[in-house]
Design a protein around this ligand. Structure first.
Ligand code: B1M
Length: 215
């Protein structure tokens, strides 16, 4: 994998340059690069740099928005390639996926959805800022095997717990397992709220989902 291209990917996110991000992604596809490596070793370096600069007060919300848009532009190019490389063809199970209410971070959640789809899961992605009732209604409607809950803010992690509690009250937990994730979410938090699974990244989420289907 070309170091220069990986640097260009990271820089496109730091610059919030969607065109450059998409161009670099196209170059990666043409060169036969592993799309997941492009994301983790290229674009994520830029995302983390912007996130750190934001936390230090060196960049502000507009830069955060532009970085997010650039990341989305890159993933839009890489997504068909990610799906193509998925090995499994049979349906492994049904997953209802959402970013919890009050939280509009979508990129990581969507990446988890892409990876699960590529692995052979049937994914119902409800988007961002999704209330517990909507998530639960969809899970019941489709007979979900797994509900995946993403939260990127320390203030919205609590919504994961609320969804789990609401599912408990409805007696849904016997049929439907819950996986939680997102940057501030830890294994410890997942255990405390009695989630069935936790993963720190999208690839890991596939392994956890597979294990839950087999367990
Ligand atoms: Co926001 N934001 N943001 N933001 N943002 C963070 C999360 C933050 C850490 C930045 C910082 O301060 N350093 C900080 C949170 C602090 C905290 O709570 N501790 C923060 C803040 C404060 C905010 C606002 C409050 C800012 C404001 O308005 N003042 C605001 C909140 C809005 C809201 O949600 N109500 C806000 C807004 C935004 C944008 C809209 C501008 C934009 C999102 C654009 C979009 O999604 N369309 C944005 C962005 C881009 C970020 C950062 C820079 C990047 C997030 C991202 O997309 N990462 C982020 C800093 C950072 O993460 N370094 C930050 C790339 C993505 C691939 O990774 O989402 O972590 P991630 O997903 C990973 C894993 O977490 C995991 O797998 C994914 C892939 O490996 N994963 C799962 C995720 N979901 C999973 C589910 C699973 C399993 C694994 O199972 C179901």
């Amino acid at each position: 994998m070309s170091e220069a291209l990986l640097n260009a990917m990271a820089q496109s996110i730091v610059d919030g340059d969607s065109d450059a991000a998409a161009n670099a992604a196209r170059q990666a596809v043409e060169a036969g690069m592993d799309p997941l490596e492009a994301i983790t070793k290229g674009y994520m370096a830029g995302v983390n740099e912007v996130g750190d600069s934001y936390a230090c007060g060196n960049v502000f919300l507009p830069e955060l928005v532009m970085a997010g848009e650039a990341m989305k532009a890159a993933i839009a190019v890489l997504e068909p390639e990610l799906k193509k490389r998925g090995t499994s063809r049979e349906t492994l199970g049904k997953v209802v996926l959402a970013t919890v209410e009050g939280d509009i971070h979508e990129i990581g959640k969507s990446l988890v959805g892409t990876m699960l789809t590529a692995a052979g899961f049937e994914v119902y992605d409800l988007g961002v800022n999704v209330p517990a009732e909507t998530i639960i209604a969809k899970a019941e409607e489709v007979g979900a095997d797994i509900v995946g809950l993403s939260a990127l803010l320390t203030t919205t992690m609590i919504r994961q717990k609320e969804v789990i509690e609401a599912m408990d009250r409805k007696g849904l937990r016997k049929r439907t397992r819950v996986i939680v994730g997102g940057a501030p979410v830890t294994r410890d938090w997942a255990q405390r709220i009695e989630a069935d699974g936790y993963s720190e990244d999208a690839v890991g989420a596939v392994g956890v989902a597979r294990a839950l289907m087999n367990g």
